[in-house]
Design a protein around this ligand. Structure first.
Ligand code: FEO
Length: 400
């Protein structure tokens, strides 16, 4: 690989995955994803994270094109999730003398996954604040547990002010030619960052805030994340985006998520949306919970403050895709949202009751308006109830 240098002996040796359709076998990848790895060439050579194992041969070629026949001295494992550690056992076969650098939790995981790092002479165990000298480059390690696993740490090159940040500040989207933000059009990466954060890291807002506090005041000229562009030109925006998302801060918009078997519940959603629009809400996104991949629903819910949920009663309970969505929302601990509820039924309504139970026990969003119920199909009363709900949501959103 040519022209791999980011700055002062630090090289990009990552790969792009344009094959995988769904990340973690869950989340769509319309633009692919990159697994970023970096190598620091100094008196000692340090590799920082590896890549998903399917891409090992390309990864090895990238490494060799930078260091030629020189050995790797250290393999720093900032994060053990296999999209980054998957090539660890193989790279150790090519560089058996390389010592694995990680913390106590790192070694528990890499031994379990790959049976490497089992003897004391092949590891360097570090704690928060510890340093490692490569010659010119001085590295410092900071633990950032739960961003996104318990073992996660970041590595700061204090000589060059380069932060190797693991998943933090990452995003979906493969890298098309360039790997530094200042050399590419970043448009797709902002929305893919919102989706990546909400899908993958969204549960861990508090740990992200703690990590941001640990890094506050640190001079950072490059952020080398494990996914997406190397951030240089847009560092302040990237940190602001992660701060906003981890604080669950939202914009005044409305997401209407509905399930509908024969179109009647969907008609209720249309009435709610129209009423909210007439009352002045401009950002309105509608999702059919059976059609929209929930990855995109979660991303929009993280973005907008208002949420309306509605579905038909199904087997005297919740419509299954709506129940799935509710569990996905609850798992992320989303805060600071307004909730409106509606439902439909043919002979006995359960949806409104069940969604309110989810809200009382798990979501704890602020309930807005009066839940609207549709029996069989919209009539004058249920149309009025849906209009009132849309209007109440609009008033609450525009007041905030
Ligand atoms: Fe990209 Fe948590 O792994």
């Amino acid at each position: 690989m040519k022209n791999s240098e980011i700055t002062q002996g630090i090289h990009y040796v990552g790969v792009n995955d344009r094959h995988k359709h769904i990340f973690e076998n869950l989340w769509p990848l319309p633009y692919g994803v990159s697994y970023n790895s970096y190598i620091i060439v100094d008196e000692k050579i340090a590799l920082i994270d590896t890549v998903e194992v399917d891409f090992f041969q390309q990864f090895l070629n990238n490494v060799r094109s930078v260091i030629g026949d020189r050995p790797i001295d250290y393999i720093i494992v900032n994060h053990v999730e296999p999209d980054h550690s998957g090539s660890l056992a193989l790279i150790k076969k090519y560089y058996p003398e390389a010592k694995i650098v990680g913390n106590k939790k790192t070694f528990d995981m890499v031994r379990g996954y790959y049976h490497v790092g089992e003897s004391a002479d092949e590891i360097v165990e570090v704690n928060n604040g510890d340093t490692l000298s490569l010659g010119q480059h001085e590295l410092q390690f900071t633990m950032i547990p739960m961003v996104h696993w318990p073992e996660t740490m970041v590595t700061l090159d204090t000589t060059t002010n380069v932060l190797f940040s693991g998943d933090a500040f990452g995003c979906f989207g493969a890298l098309s030619g360039a790997f530094i933000d200042s050399e590419m059009n970043c448009d797709i990466f902002w929305s893919e960052m919102q989706r990546y954060y909400s899908n993958i890291v969204g549960k861990y807002g508090v740990p992200v805030q703690q990590a941001l506090k640990k890094l506050a005041g640190v001079q950072i000229d490059y952020i080398c994340s494990t996914h997406g562009p190397v951030w240089h030109e847009h560092i302040s925006r990237v940190i602001a985006e992660y701060n906003r998302m981890s604080l669950y801060q939202t914009e005044p918009g409305l997401v209407i998520c509905y399930g509908s078997m024969y179109g009647n519940t969907e008609q209720g959603a249309e009435v709610i949306a129209r009423a909210a629009s007439i009352a002045g809400v401009k950002n309105i996104v509608m999702h059919d919970v059976s059609r929209s991949n929930h990855s995109y629903i979660l991303s929009d819910v993280f973005k907008y403050k208002g949420l309306v949920l509605g579905a038909p009663t199904y087997n005297n309970g919740l419509y299954p895709p709506m129940e799935t969505l509710l569990s996905e929302l609850a798992a992320r601990g989303i805060k600071n949202h307004l909730l409106g509820v509606f439902g439909s039924f043919t002979w006995a309504g359960q949806t409104v009751k069940k969604i309110l139970e989810w809200n009382d026990s798990k979501l704890k969003f602020e309930l807005v308006g009066t839940p609207a119920e549709i029996k069989q199909s919209l009539n004058a009363d249920s149309t009025e109830a849906c209009e009132a709900l849309g209007k109440a949501m609009a008033e609450a959103l525009l007041k905030n």
